[in-house]
Design a protein around this ligand. Sequence first.
Ligand code: SAM
Length: 520
Amino acid sequence: MAAKGKTTYDDVPYTSLPFAQTHPDRLAALARLFGVEAPSLERCRVLELGCASGGNLIPMALTLPGAEFVGIDLSSVQINDGLAVVAALGLGNVRLSATSITEIDSASGPFDYIIAHGVYSWVPDEVQTRMLDICSRQLAPDGIAFISFNTLPGWRTRGVVRDLMRYHAMQFAEPRARIEQARGMADFLASSVAAANTGYETLVRAEIETLRGQADDYVLHEYLEDTNEPLYFHQFVERAGNHGLQYLADADFGTMLASNFAPEVAQALVRIAPDVIRQEQVMDFLRNRTFRQALLVHESVRVNRKITPDRLRGLGISGSFQVEAAAFDIRSSDVVAFRGVRGNRLRTGNRITKAAVMILNEFWPRSVPFEDVVRRARTMLRDWAAPSIGTDTEAEATLAADMLRCFGAGMVQLHATPSSFSTAPRDRPVASPLARLQARNDMRVTNLRHEPVQIDADLARLIQLLDGTRSREDIERVALEWATANAAASGAPTPGEMERVVKDRVAEALRQFAKLALLV
Ligand SMILES: C[S@@+](CC[C@H](N)C(=O)[O-])C[C@H]1O[C@@H](n2cnc3c(N)ncnc32)[C@H](O)[C@@H]1O
């Protein structure tokens, strides 16, 4: 329990990160697949409930200067941390305030997008009801709400671990002691059930393994808070329905697809549970799912779940692939395997897809409009004198089917707006001002794809120079000064060699910043 007037998040703030899947760019793209035209992003209004210190909202505000962002959180310590970042970046389109969800002014809407990541399961019933009420009353008619929650059945086992950790840790008043004691108790559980060699042991050990990789603030708030109420997906959908809201999709599109199971399981799923809610609920049991990220829209919105190839028109695609063959020929229809960043594979013999993969790799991390990918792929195949791939419509349908498979496997992302960053450094290179600010104290920075990315100490120092005031030569000069100072201490190469090394290092750093989507 926190001191009076303070919340536990004031005592131990949450690490506030960007979640790409909550970005309106991704929400609008996903909505389009289901035939829903979400509000355009340029001038949209976004509300985030439980925004912590704005790690998710502030980077959105930075890349969408014409849009308006409102974030609220109960913890004034976290909000003040966020306000300091807003002030340092001079952002005028984001408002953060220390307010409870239960106190939101009903006149503050409507909002085109409402986001609540990691909040619903961690607040009491009346606050949960209020969250759905806010979505019902303050979401624009064509708006999209994103609410994540802990779900059953996966949280049954995790809940056992949580219960033991809490039972033990509640004897200690100080948050750090609680975390330490709770971790110790979890380790004790893992090592002690081992001897029994039961199914229970396997489940519990896997849970504790996951827990070991988590940061202290996460352990405190996920495992030791008073409230953490997981629920079944169908229960959540029913609650949303009571507020005039319907389920649109899961932010992790692949989890909605029965086709991601073995063919016989997928067929059975369609037979057993023909409608989307039942099917997804049964799949949660098959996966022992623990977490969901639901997109909701008003009941009045017409959702069309038959995803046709034309739904990709108007959307951008980004992806990076590795070819699992020493060489391949885009003119041949031999099947080739491509691996995406998450490790999933696409096997295809389609020439248009092979060409598209090369195009997406060339543009990565930027997105390319789907129509452009089709056009460029056709041109590439023509230039290589490849056999015909059919009419424009046939080629587009083939590529769309493969890209949707890739999207379902998390190998590509879909975007409703063009990328707001560059992959070619300017004459006077500029890196994201947020990343530059973060790099002063941290090597995990937020990129312009709305993702956290890890850089090393050298890059963290260098990125701070990229504020648009220095040419590449100026940057090399500063880097040379740093290198010379280091070399003096370590006994180093000749000045000429050093200059060459620094030049190469700066060039490599700029390449890395470009690939990490950190350059404006
Ligand atoms: C688990 S954290 C999640 C933070 C962030 N959304 C994320 O996913 O990283 C839950 C957040 O909800 C906030 N919170 C809890 N109850 C609240 C309430 N009644 N009103 C506003 N914020 C609340 C907490 O202060 C905390 O920052």
